[in-house]
Design a protein around this ligand. Structure first.
Ligand SMILES: O=C(O)[C@H]1O[C@H](OP(=O)(O)OP(=O)(O)OC[C@H]2O[C@@H](n3ccc(=O)[nH]c3=O)[C@H](O)[C@@H]2O)[C@H](O)[C@@H](O)[C@@H]1O
Length: 492
């Protein structure tokens, strides 16, 4: 840019010299003024270009901060939830407005359709064909891998938003691609794309896991919860009810947080869920009510799964076990919440492999939808909701002690009374319905599950120092039996 500015000024000066020899005084003055003007406007143009470029760089940085910091940082930094996500202003809008471009416009053609059909096609007799939303998410990745491994067809979609490090989602996408599962870069609010997908592949099931997760972040970015967990859910139900032919059965992710201020324990599906403590919980509860409507009017077979604090390898960096591990390694402080009565907060931490078995069990027993595109339904369709928990709550302080042992390093703990930010002091699942209907039986202790997580964590982030290795083998020694059991469950 600067060089073209200088050239323009030189040319103007040369022109002025020629005029001076050819003309009289008045003309000379006019030329001199116009040369000054040219020079001044060239400078102005140059400055305007620089300013416009800076403004564009600033806007780009604001909207896509993740592209400038792709690598995972050990620094916990950020907010109370672990600094895993940027401010709400940096979120790509999750709700597709009428002016937003649909990914349907960029996806299509014979090659693309062939690829979708290949990915969606089961490789075993009697296999199912599943559209997995949020497929590059934590639970979505594990479920997609498990479905593919047993011979089912899977097409995934994910909007790769920057709630937490998108490079982790891209790495999960690459892992799925290596197993033959396509994950499209698309949003659940993009109804046109969903319709196109159902036109191309006859999905028998939808495993709808795309959502705005995180309990405490709902205070920072409330609208993203409504956009994903309410509008997005309706978008999926709409296409499944009114466009898909035949209608698929839908299994979707609700949350243990719907129990909110419920004090009866263990939490059973029959307990009250009308006192959510966070907007996140309220949107999940709203989802359960919306599911009732689509089942009632359109005959969609719908199963909601209430997940209880799911953890494990390839997990979510916004969750406490993950960012605590990160902070312990980095030598940074962690904040532990204590309930108002002085007791430790407790969670029914549930290992990912157990949850995957629950998800597949729910898909296998879903039962058919009974409606059709024409709006008629042949009879009532299944409407189910299940807890998928571990049935044994553990104090968060205990979870930290296990991490310390596995990482060979003490945490720098700060203990505070739980702020009123949507958190609940205690969760505990009764899973008897899931056990009865599809044999759900969690088998992984928190010690065994966290060992698998830490193994993955140190390898993925290349932290596999001698100290970490020694710490993990020392931590493994006293629990040989448990390790063997966990290895079996991890290979499921
Ligand atoms: O089970 C569920 O329904 C929910 O489980 C998790 O929510 P949460 O259990 O709050 O998980 P974390 O954010 O990982 O918190 C775990 C525990 O650590 C505690 N915590 C969290 C953050 C912190 O800085 N300090 C701290 O002590 C919390 O109070 C909680 O007891 C997920 O984030 C939700 O998406 C999911 O729906």
């Amino acid at each position: 840019m600067p060089s073209s500015g200088i050239t323009a000024v030189d040319a103007a000066a040369k022109g002025m010299k020629l005029e001076r020899y050819a003309s009289g005084g008045a003309l000379l003055l006019r030329r001199a003024t116009s040369a000054k003007l040219v020079s001044a406007s060239s400078h102005l143009l140059f400055r305007a270009t620089v300013l416009a470029t800076l403004a564009l760089v600033f806007l780009f940085t604001l909207h896509y901060p993740s592209l400038l910091s792709r690598s995972f940082r050990l620094s916990a930094g950020g907010d109370a939830a672990g600094g895993a996500h940027p401010s709400s202003a940096s979120h790509r809008s999750l709700l597709m407005s009428s002016s937003s471009a649909s990914a349907a416009a960029s996806y299509g053609g014979a090659v693309w359709e062939k690829e979708m059909r290949r990915s969606a096609r089961p490789s075993r007799d009697g296999g199912i064909s599943v559209l997995v939303t949020g497929a590059a998410g934590f639970v979505g990745t594990h479920c997609s891998l498990a479905l593919k491994a047993r011979g089912d067809g899977v097409v995934g979609l994910d909007n790769f938003n920057s709630y937490y490090d998108p490079s982790l989602k891209r790495a999960r996408q690459a892992l799925l691609a290596s197993r033959g599962v396509v994950v499209l870069d698309a949003d659940i609010n993009d109804g046109l794309l969903l319709e196109k997908l159902f036109d191309v592949a006859a999905f028998t099931h939808v495993l709808h896991l795309a959502a705005q997760a995180g309990v405490r972040y709902a205070m920072e970015a409330p609208q993203t919860y409504v956009a994903s967990n309410v509008a997005g859910l309706v978008s999926v139900f709409e296409v499944a009810a009114k466009h898909a032919d035949p209608q698929p059965a839908i299994v979707w992710a609700s949350s243990s947080s719907v129990y909110g201020l419920n004090t009866d324990a263990p939490f059973s599906e029959d307990h009250r869920t009308d006192r959510p403590a966070s907007l996140y919980a309220a949107t999940k509860k709203a989802g359960e009510a919306i599911a009732h409507t689509y089942n009632h009017i359109y005959g969609l077979s719908i199963t909601g799964l209430r997940f209880f604090t799911v953890y494990g390898p390839w997990g979510r960096p916004d969750m406490a076990y993950f960012f605590f591990a990160r902070s312990i390694v980095a030598g940074e402080p962690i904040t532990l919440f204590r309930a108002a009565d002085g007791s430790d907060a407790r969670r029914d931490f549930t290992y990912i492999d157990d949850v995957v078995k629950g998800c597949l069990g729910a898909l296998d027993t879903a039962g058919k939808s009974t409606g059709s595109k024409s709006g008629k339904k042949s009879g009532p369709a299944p409407l189910r909701v299940y807890n998928l928990g571990n049935t044994s709550p553990v104090p968060v302080t205990r979870m930290v002690a296990i991490l310390e042992k596995l990482l060979g390093k003490k945490a720098n703990k700060r203990i505070v009374t739980m702020p009123s930010n949507g958190d609940v002091p205690f969760t505990h699942a009764n899973v008897s319905h899931a056990a009865h209907d599809f044999g759900y039986r969690p088998t992984t202790s928190l010690e065994a599950g966290l060992r698998h997580f830490v193994d993955w964590f140190v390898e993925y982030y290349k932290l596999d120092t001698k100290i970490a290795k020694d710490a993990r083998s020392a931590a493994a020694k006293p629990a040989k039996k448990k390790k063997a059991a966990a290895a079996m469950s991890a290979s499921a």
